[in-house]
Write a protein that binds this ligand. Structure first.
Ligand SMILES: Cc1ncc(COP(=O)(O)O)c(C=O)c1O
Length: 423
């Protein structure tokens, strides 16, 4: 009888299929180890990482390990509501010190981006005494009940999961590549405020400066400012969702810094915890303090080990050296993507801010982008797609990547585009 020969990856994938819910999407990669911008699988294959654990490794795999070890040896969970601890306060201080504006701020720490967005809306509702929330086309804000209502993609995020949270309205967002300008989006928002919801009922707008899951759609230069002006006119709060675009992903600590707009509330997550679950809401102190004690928080929110990691991460991403390296990486990647758009992917668009970059393929269907990410994996590059049509190849490379690794990753990307076109 033939003995079945399985790789370690195949063994784990089979166990995953048996025990893990189908609704959690996975790729066939089974990770054994990671360092900087490299990952090794359980069969010993090495990969260049252009995904960074879905945007959670801006400072590189392993960056915060020493800070984590130090905290692990001191104490673990306490629950900030039972016994406060300084790492939590340090992260809130650093979020205040890196705040993109002049306001005095306070912060709240939670476990996930979705939880942070929900809390920003809670705070905005209490602070304004209003209930309605405006989200935008192509938005992604999470998978909890309120945040899936804010998110703008039916499959896989919403279908069958209703009823969705009420009082959520959707405005157009600029998407110049697909024909929606800032003027169109502003007109759409003004119409929404006439047609569907009175401005004086709206607590907040929630907008990503670069829409992440929606396709790395960069807000045009004028849009955040024009939106902020409309908000100010009507007493609506501006919630800046920086879960994916923040913590150095676009060069400066917060992507909104590219626009010179000071939001009312800023939501952070993903890379904040350096690989541990941590997210935050930061905002003007009087808004944050509008909620009475007990209204915010949670058992694990602001876990001390995650806070120790976040302190190291924020200290790093605020340095001029981190920013200039991020910008240099962005320049190199953009040049190569521009070449691909000219030579291999005619009609596609390269867009992004700093090193948060993507290539949207011209066909609004997912097949080609999926073929590229699958080919990349076979060749040793971890790559993700995104976008409402699933046709955007996005780059979330750890910004600690070396020049050699970056060159190699871009070569693998070029070869993968070739494989996918040839198939
Ligand atoms: C902009 C944005 N907001 C919120 C979320 C939700 O974060 P989490 O998955 O940590 O709940 C994400 C996740 O991708 C995101 O990109």
């Amino acid at each position: 009888m033939a003995v079945e020969q399985r790789t370690e990856s195949e063994r784990v994938v089979a166990a995953r299929e048996q025990h893990v819910a189908r609704g959690v999407a996975t790729t066939p990669l089974v990770v054994a180890r990671a360092e900087g911008a490299r990952i090794w699988d359980v069969d010993g294959r090495e990969y260049v990482d252009f995904a960074g654990g879905l945007g959670c490794q801006n400072t590189g795999h392993g960056f915060a390990t020493a800070a984590i070890h130090e905290q692990v040896d001191r104490y673990l969970h306490q629950c900030f509501m039972v016994g406060m601890y300084e790492p939590y306060i340090d992260v809130c201080r650093l979020l205040g010190e890196t705040w993109p504006g002049g306001a005095e701020t306070k912060s709240l720490l939670v476990n996930s981006g979705a939880e942070a967005v929900e809390n920003a809306v809670k705070i905005a509702r209490v602070a304004t005494g209003r209930t309605a929330v405006i989200a935008f086309d192509h938005a992604f804000h999470g998978r909890t009940n309120l945040t899936m209502a804010l998110t703008s993609k039916v499959v896989p995020y919403k279908r069958g999961f209703g009823p969705l949270a009420p009082e959520v309205y959707r405005a157009p967002a600029p998407y110049p590549y697909r024909g929606v300008s800032s003027d169109d989006a502003i007109r759409g928002l003004e119409l929404l405020l006439k047609q569907d919801v009175a401005p004086e009922s709206v607590a907040c707008v929630v907008l990503e400066p670069v829409q992440g899951e929606g396709g790395f759609i960069v807000m045009p230069d004028d849009f955040p400012r024009r939106l902020a002006e409309i908000c100010e006119r009507h007493g609506i709060l501006y919630v800046d969702d920086e879960v994916q675009s923040g913590v150095g992903r676009t060069g400066p600590v917060w992507a909104i810094e590219h626009y010179g707009v000071e939001p009312d509330l800023l939501v952070s997550g993903k890379s904040l915890g350096g690989g541990l679950p941590l997210a935050g809401v930061t905002g003007r102190a009087e808004l944050m303090d509008s909620v009475p004690p007990g209204g915010l928080g949670g058992t694990f929110g602001g876990n001390p080990v995650a806070c120790a990691a976040a302190t190291a991460v924020l200290e790093e991403v605020r340095t001029p050296a981190f920013r200039s390296r991020a910008e240099a990486i962005g320049k190199t990647v953009r040049e190569r993507l521009d070449d691909f758009a000219t030579d291999r992917c005619k009609g596609s668009e390269v867009r992004g801010l700093g090193p948060m970059l993507a290539l949207e393929l011209a066909e609004p269907t997912p097949e080609l982008a999926s073929a590229v990410t699958a080919a990349a994996r076979r060749r040793g590059l971890i790559l993700l797609s995104c976008g409402i049509y699933g046709n955007v190849i996005r780059i979330l490379v750890p910004l600690s990547i070396s020049d050699g690794e970056l060159t190699r990753g871009l070569e693998l990307l070029e070869e993968s585009l070739g494989d996918a076109r040839a198939a």
